[in-house]
Design a protein around this ligand. Structure first.
Ligand code: SF4
Length: 412
């Protein structure tokens, strides 16, 4: 019998981790403030990692912590203490890519599960077999693989769990193995500090004519030659399930909690629907895609799923003020529910984006009872009636038409 794959969601901080679990994640991956490749995500301090692991376990979920730095000699002493602290915090697995770090984990914590990071660029069954012989539990495959290759890897090495990315931003380079950001901004992608210069617009400059930029136009909007579209495989999940993939990963530890909640919920529903009845999954595909389009300004691509990457995988827009042609408009994150009082029908919400009384907004709910309502009355915690939140992250009282839960999202 085919096992239901795990849904692994990104968690940039504790709030996003809780949202991920509330909206359907089976597990979350996060980075500690040390030795993670996402230095600019709001990385977790040790006490927060313990809190995250405790919360995950109450949700019957798991927490994986990235220790996927490429370490230098002088970092091993700190790493030694760090991984012991992570074990004591109760994390379920460590994500690593540097053989030196993997070797250290084996030596210090021989029974700790290790997941090989996608940064290790594992592309073939022999590499998976290599990791398997070293006692590795799971390999997060490189994004640059086709479904046929993934399927063959599982057939040849069924004892090693495979995790694949199903959704999120992609690199123009092999997953982060790129010096563009370091050269252009001093921020190294290999230390988790990428400034995403592959998304910038480029033009041509002749060296004796400073300041004279010649447009190199792929089209009227400019030249974004390295700006990859976002990966989206929601319509290919059955193939991944049948290929024996153990875990589906959503990229985005830098993304907002509204993004994490919405994308996680779509993939949760798609997986559950498919296992309940593949026909139900097929009939719901348009709604999954439309919901995902609300979260992204970039177009979607299936990446390398069908073999070679096509020119179609590049987005000729930059981060894009306008939604991709033919897609649903992106929604804006307005507020998050902090609490709800059923006796008064009143919710306390925290402002996250601009909105005003009179607008019609939508609640995205973890209970899947989404609804729209006109924002009729808004007041501060002191009872003052306001037309909009006077300050960012202001707590407000709002009468809601249907019950909501903590961490439900109010969006436009
Ligand atoms: S600059 Fe672009 S391609 Fe290079 S690591 Fe950053 S996101 Fe990836």
């Amino acid at each position: 019998m085919i096992k239901k794959p795990e849904l692994v969601a990104p968690a940039g901080d504790f709030e996003r981790l809780r949202a991920a679990f509330m909206f359907g994640a089976t597990s979350c991956y996060l980075g500690g403030s040390e030795f993670s490749l996402r230095a600019h995500a709001k990385n977790f301090e040790l006490e927060n990692i313990k809190q995250a692991a405790d919360f995950a376990h109450t949700m019957r979920g798991k927490v994986y912590v990235a220790v996927n730095v490429f370490a230098h000699n002088n970092e091993f002493e700190r790493l030694y203490n760090y991984i012991i602290d992570l074990r004591q915090a109760g994390v379920d697995a460590l994500i690593a890519s540097d053989p030196g770090v993997i070797n250290l984990i084996h030596e210090v914590l021989p029974d700790m599960d290790i997941h090989i990071s996608t940064q290790a660029n594992t592309h073939n069954y022999r590499a998976v077999s290599f990791w398997g012989k070293l006692g590795i539990k799971r390999v997060i495959l490189a994004r640059e693989l086709s479904i046929n290759e993934i399927s063959e890897i599982h057939q040849r090495e069924p004892s090693v769990e495979l995790e694949t990315f199903v959704h999120g931003a992609m690199c123009a380079a092999y997953s982060g193995r790129c010096l563009l950001s370091l050269y252009m901004t001093g921020r190294s992608a290999n230390r988790g500090e990428c400034a995403h210069p592959c998304r910038y617009g480029y033009s041509l400059l002749e060296e004796t004519r400073p300041g004279e930029y010649f447009p190199v136009e792929e089209d009227g909007r400019g030249t974004y030659i390295m700006n990859s579209k976002d990966l989206c495989l929601v319509q290919r999940l059955p193939e991944l399930i049948n290929a024996g993939v153990a875990a589906f990963k959503i990229e985005g530890r830098m993304k907002s909690m509204a993004y994490v909640a919405a994308v996680t919920r779509v993939y949760r529903d798609a997986i559950d629907d498919y296992f309940y009845d593949p026909e139900l999954y097929r009939s719901n595909l348009p709604s999954y895609i439309s919901e995902l389009q609300k979260t992204s300004r970039r177009e979607f691509t299936a990446g390398f799923f069908d073999g070679k990457l096509s020119a179609d995988s590049i987005s000729y827009d930059n981060d894009g003020a306008a939604p991709p042609e033919g897609s649903v408009a992106r929604s804006d994150f307005c507020a998050v529910v902090k609490s709800y009082d059923k006796s008064t029908g009143c919710a306390i919400i925290e402002q996250r984006g601009k909105f005003s009384v009179g607008e019609t907004l939508e609640f995205l709910t973890s209970s899947r009872s989404d609804f729209k309502q006109v924002i009729a009355g808004l007041s501060t915690m002191d009872g003052e009636r306001v037309l909009h939140a006077p300050h960012p992250k202001q707590l407000l009282r709002l009468e809601v038409e249907y019950p909501v839960r903590e961490l439900d999202i109010l969006r436009r």
